[in-house]
Each structure stands twice: as structure tokens, then as C-alpha cells.
Design a protein around this ligand. Structure first.
Ligand SMILES: [Zn+2]
Length: 240
């Protein structure tokens, strides 16, 4: 995929601002003024840590059209970071470039673990945070579709955030998505070890041609981003 398609264009940013105003208005009207946030005190005003999965020599999954997961992940986190910052959230991104996060000089064979450890370290650096990892799915059956959300079992709020994301995506974009949120096991290192609320969002299946094409469409990614933004804003209060 050409690099220029991976980043939000000026026009898209303008559209994002317009859509953000709409979502914010609905959020304020329908939520902040009518009900107190239901999440625990510890996550009322969290730093939002956005984690674009993979990077550098680790491309992640390859789409049916050749797109690399790492690039779509980064495009999603950058768009979501922009929205959240516009709304007043404090946002930290684990990566803003095409690279893994292992320390310089890490030996071959230890790079993946070094990368994961450094991503996890963000949750330790920001104890009052929500960790949102963005990935794309793949499966041998080329008809699988839809967002799938995983949650860490170490903090009760993780499940609340996962539920909010899954239901916002279903309500706004994927009415036929009947996937249930899933508790992460030891196979998802960061969610297994994070002490803070943490979720991992598989945004769709790159192994399914139609969904792969959708995920390559900046406008679709923006719609997805808005659903994620709505879910996060439902379960948190803006920092004061
Ligand atoms: Zn991945």
C-alpha cells in the first residue's frame, strides 16, 4: 500500500473534526449531562495508551491485496490519537514510526520479547491508564469478518472497555457482528501482564478480501476510529 494512503489527509482531518463535533455533541447530550461515568474511580481520567501492533521488520499479517498489518495498525492509532487529543485526552503512543521497540543492540532471537516488554512498560509508567492495542486479524477461512476484542483479566475495567468497543462497533458499523469479547490468556503477553485496564482490538480480517479492502479504505478506518472513540469516551471522564 502506498504510504500516502496510510496517513490522514488534510481533507480527512477536516472530516474527522466535523464528525468529532457530532460525536462529542451526542456524547455530551446523551451521556455526560444525564449520567455519571460508570467506570471505577481509578480509570475516570486515564491516560490513553495507544499501541500500534508490530512494526519494522515485523509486518504482522499480510492482507489478500498485499497490505501489511503494521501499516494499518499505525494508521488507526494515529487517527484515534488525533481524535482523543482534540477531545482533551492525554494520549501516549507506543510507536509513531515503522519500527519495533526493542532496545538498540538486542540480539537476534530476543527482539520480539524486547519489543513486547517495552510496550508493557508504558502501562507501568502510566498507572492510571487505559492500554488499547490495535491489530488486524487473519484466519484460514476466507469468510471471517468483523471486529474482535480481547481484554486483560487483571483489572475489572478491561472487560467494561472491551464490551463498550464491541457494542459500539456492532451498533454503528457491523450489525451482523455477533462476536463475543474474549478474555486474554497467556498468548497475549501485554494483556496477560498489564496491571492497568488493557484491551486488544482485532479490527478485521485481512485474510478476507472484502474486509481487507474495507480496512484499506481511509474513510472506513475513520468510521471504525469514531466507534472506538465513542466507546472510550463512554467509559471515561475527560481529564480535568
Ligand atoms: Zn497483529
Amino acid at each position: 500500500m502506498k504510504q500516502k494512503t496510510l496517513f490522514i489527509s488534510f481533507g480527512a482531518v477536516f472530516l474527522t473534526v466535523a464528525l468529532l463535533c457530532s460525536v462529542l455533541f451526542q456524547t455530551i447530550e446523551g451521556y455526560f449531562l444525564s449520567a455519571a461515568p460508570t467506570s471505577t474511580e481509578a480509570v475516570r481520567s486515564p491516560v490513553i495508551i495507544l499501541d500500534a501492533g508490530h512494526g519494522g521488520e515485523d509486518g504482522g499479517a499480510t492482507g489478500t491485496n498485499g497490505v501489511l498489518e503494521k501499516d494499518l495498525n499505525l494508521s488507526m492509532t494515529r487517527g484515534l490519537a488525533a481524535l482523543l487529543r482534540l477531545a482533551g485526552y492525554t494520549v501516549v503512543e507506543t510507536r509513531t514510526e515503522d519500527k519495533l521497540l526493542y532496545p538498540a543492540g538486542t540480539q537476534k532471537g530476543h527482539k520480539k520479547q524486547g519489543d513486547l516488554s517495552n510496550r508493557l512498560a508504558f502501562t507501568e509508567q502510566y498507572p492510571n491508564s487505559l492500554f488499547v492495542s490495535i491489530h488486524m486479524n487473519t484466519f484460514p477461512t476466507p469468510s471471517c469478518e468483523g471486529v474482535q476484542v480481547w481484554y486483560s483479566q487483571n483489572h475489572e475495567a478491561s472487560k467494561e472497555f472491551a464490551t463498550a468497543v464491541q457494542s459500539e462497533v456492532t451498533a454503528r458499523l457491523q450489525p451482523s457482528n455477533h462476536r463475543k469479547i474474549k478474555a486474554a490468556t497467556s498468548n497475549i503477553y501485554i494483556l496477560r501482564h498489564a496491571k492497568t485496564p488493557a484491551i486488544l482490538i482485532e479490527c478485521g480480517f485481512l485474510s478476507t478480501p472484502a474486509e481487507c479492502e474495507r480496512l484499506c479504505d481511509p474513510l472506513y478506518r475513520q468510521e471504525l476510529t469514531l466507534a472506538l472513540f465513542a466507546a472510550i469516551s463512554e467509559k471515561t471522564a475527560l481529564p480535568t
